[in-house]
Design a protein around this ligand. Structure first.
Ligand code: ATR
Length: 277
């Protein structure tokens, strides 16, 4: 008897995760037989939860806040992009029984910006707010799109400088504090801080968004996040939240697990209609 392939997302909190719904829609669309659940797992139970899941025949996991660094440490093998991010959002059982760790967040962001929103990245000056794990995962994918430069602004200056040092070989990159942003202008501002989760906004000077500039919040919410509102108030051409990125990173994980690439557009449209109306 063959049992149905099992997948899950682990996180804390996880109750409001949209991943089970997204993967169910992908599975229906592509005719793949699988189940995908959400499990509440605090950090201290991470290793035992993952070991139990795979020991019981599970095929793959997504890991979200606050487990991505733990998943990185857990994975026996890692892709280059996961290695650079020092964070893993996708664990995949390999044919030899080992566990591969990958990070699909960066490709999810790029796909959403370019293909879903038609944003041109070549030669753009990019500002990333925050210097945590989310920022680590998007630096190289952005440079691969021939952007002009990246400035990383962070509350804790040393962390921004550390990322500058670590990623300097990938392209022009500078780490600084928020106060150093005065008198600069950017074509794309990405909020990779955790401020939207607490309803806050990083301390942004006025006039830093170039004409026709775009704002993108890696976080998403059913109503505009404080940073999305900031973009709207500062006349961004587009001020977007990370909902499209969520669906795109899920599609990449689905591809890693199943070898089939689902269409994301109908899923984004359906779920956006539900969350915004
Ligand atoms: P993630 O893995 O999601 O990136 P993280 O590694 O905890 O999460 O990083 C959170 C980021 O949000 C950090 O850059 C943090 O700034 P510090 O390095 O100074 O802690 C930033 N952040 C959190 N709250 C913030 C706030 N109120 N204002 C500005 N930045 C904030």
């Amino acid at each position: 008897m063959t049992s149905i392939d099992r997948y899950a997302v682990l996180g804390h909190p996880i109750k409001h995760s949209k991943s089970p719904r997204i993967h169910k829609l992908f599975a229906e669309q592509t005719g793949q037989a699988l189940v995908y659940e959400a499990h509440e797992v605090p950090a201290e139970q991470f290793s035992s939860a993952v070991e139990t899941f795979f020991a019981n025949g599970g095929k793959g996991l997504n890991c979200t806040i606050p487990l991505k660094e733990l998943a990185w440490a857990f994975a026996e093998h890692k892709t280059e992009r996961a290695q650079l991010a020092k964070a893993v959002n996708t664990l995949a059982l390999q044919p030899d029984g080992s566990i591969l760790g990958d990070n699909t967040d960066g490709v999810g962001l790029i796909t959403d910006l370019i293909y879903n929103h038609g944003i041109k990245l070549a030669e753009r000056k990019v500002l990333i707010l925050g210097a945590g794990g989310a920022t680590r995962g998007i630096i190289k994918p952005l440079f691969e799109q021939s952007i002009k430069s990246i400035v990383i602004a962070n509350r804790t200056l040393e962390k921004a400088i550390d990322l500058e040092t670590e990623f300097v070989n990938f392209g022009p990159i500078i780490g600084c504090g928020f106060e150093a942003l005065n008198n600069q202008q950017f074509d794309l501002i990405i909020n990779a801080t955790s401020t939207s989760l607490t309803g806050q906004l990083p301390p942004l000077p006025a006039n830093i968004l170039a004409e026709n500039g775009v704002c993108y919040d890696l976080a998403y919410s059913n109503c505009p996040t404080p940073f999305v509102r900031w973009g709207q108030e500062n006349k961004a051409l587009k001020s977007l939240d990370g909902f499209g990125m969520l669906v795109e990173q899920a599609a990449e994980a689905f591809f890693i697990w199943r070898g089939v690439r689902p269409l994301t557009e109908p899923v984004i449209k359906l779920l956006n209609d539900e969350r915004l109306n």
